[in-house]
Design a protein around this ligand. Structure first.
Ligand code: FEO
Length: 449
């Protein structure tokens, strides 16, 4: 049976929800499901705005047939060729051969690649091109890399609707609602909207900012994204969120502590640090990166102003789940955060230095202190050092301190064995020193940097 809702009098939502697949893009957990939106305009000409993921194609085609109610399908606007929206385009072209594809040149190439067919009579549009369908007048706006290079959006100047492709989308099935104002979005949806944005298009902040700039010149009263609720009220709320996310600005002045702990020593230090921060009224969140999916932790790192990465040393490296998080953050171009590091290593703590190396490759990541070092567990007397780190973090969160780079002050003093990672602490390495772990001579050691 069809399942349709009206966006406006002549615009129908004919998408569908998937709650069976545990992940989106075969990667991101979607415990609340996923919506794949498609819209049908019933003007003098009929227009379909994108198709859907293969998982919901049966519902989609039933909706489309009902929505058309015997009318011919005139146009199909293809804004984005990623298969979560275009997997059913091939079937659509077979079922509705009379429909004219409206898209740009990059889309046509991807149609050929994904569907091994060459749409006949397609109308190719470029930035600023227009198309009338009767009462409605559309303008096409390119939005490259939001989230693939071919992406475009379209603007209906009659009803002031932006068909925004992936932009303003979110994880989560719609559960009967269609509009963001039908739910408490800030309470129930924002975390998934942020997780969707940061993981899917977070890397492309500059391109999203460019699209927001184009959108700001339009009188937009409704936003129809390809995932999640339609926006018809309080558009400033979601536009503000997008502006912040695209600029990599934190939403919360506070501390998130992702930690990787095998036998609890690192987690214990992270817990104590979190206590000292909370006692000072600093918002703090903690995530075991071996338990919580990286997509959630990445999203929180976008949300918070300060991050403490706490990791045990493993195979002379960073613990695998923490290394994955750090590389994921680097790939998503997170920048402009203040960072502290906690490293643990029972005989050769090297994770701090290696975490710092990844962070050095990212933009505007300020290291607040030299890595706080544990050897197995917090040693007697180290509580005061952890208190000092909490004080420094709290002051930084409050904006009370000048940001001091650990590279400028308080450089670690010591030497690291290039073979096994053992660290000798001290200003000078004795010439006859032999590594207690791998028995290599002093010549195999390098100064800590
Ligand atoms: Fe929802 Fe980039 O696909």
């Amino acid at each position: 049976m069809y399942c349709i809702r009206n966006v406006t009098e002549d615009l129908l939502w004919i998408g569908a929800n998937d709650r069976q697949h545990p992940t989106f893009e075969a990667t991101y957990p979607v415990p609340r499901g996923m919506s794949f939106n498609s819209y049908l305009l019933l003007d003098e000409k009929t227009v379909l705005f994108d198709t859907v993921d293969r998982s919901v194609q049966a519902q989609f085609f039933e909706n489309l047939e009902k929505g058309l109610n015997g009318r011919k399908l005139d146009y199909v606007f293809v804004h984005h060729m990623e298969p979560d929206h275009a997997a059913t385009l091939g079937d659509l072209m077979i079922r509705y051969p009379e429909a004219t594809i409206v898209c740009n040149g990059k889309v046509i190439n991807l149609i050929r690649q994904f569907h091994c067919t060459d749409p006949k009579g397609a109308i190719l549009v470029n930035e600023g091109d227009t198309l009338d369908t009767g009462r409605h007048h559309f303008t096409f706006v390119s939005a490259p890399m939001v989230h693939w290079p071919e992406v475009m959006v379209s603007y209906d100047s009659t009803d002031k609707i932006l068909f925004s492709a992936d932009a303003f989308g979110t994880f989560g099935a719609l559960n009967g609602i269609l509009f963001a104002d039908e739910v408490d979005f800030d309470r129930d949806w924002l975390d998934d909207a942020r997780r969707y944005y940061t993981n899917i298009v977070g890397k492309y902040g500059a391109q999203v900012t460019a699209l927001l700039g184009k959108a700001s010149k339009l009188d937009i009263q409704t936003i129809c994204p390809l995932h999640g609720p339609v926006w018809r009220k309080d558009l400033g709320y979601i536009l503000d969120k997008y502006a912040k996310w695209a600029a990599y600005e934190p939403e919360v002045q506070g501390v998130v502590i992702p930690f990787a702990s095998v036998y609890g020593g690192t987690e214990n230090a992270a817990n104590i640090l979190a206590c000292r921060l909370a006692e000072q009224g600093i918002p703090v969140k903690m995530y075991d990166v071996s338990v919580t999916d990286v997509s959630y932790v990445l999203s929180e790192c976008f949300k918070y102003s300060h991050i403490v990465f706490a990791s045990t040393t493993y195979n002379n490296g960073i613990f695998v789940t923490m290394e994955n998080l750090l590389h994921d953050l680097a790939h998503h171009a997170l920048k402009n955060r203040t960072v502290a590091l906690i490293q643990n290593g029972s005989w050769a703590p090297t994770s701090g230095k290696l975490m710092a190396q990844i962070l050095e490759g990212m933009k505007d990541m300020k290291l607040l202190e030299a890595p706080f070092t544990l050897k197995s567990t917090l040693a007697p007397g180290q509580e005061s050092d952890l208190d000092a780190l909490a004080q420094a973090l709290a002051a930084s969160v409050r904006g009370e301190e000048p940001s001091v780079s650990a590279e400028q002050e308080d450089k670690p003093h010591g030497f690291v064995c290039k073979i096994c990672g053992f660290i000798y602490e001290g200003d000078a390495l004795p010439a006859d020193f032999v590594c207690p772990i791998c028995r290599r001579p002093a010549s195999d050691f390098a100064p800590l940097t």
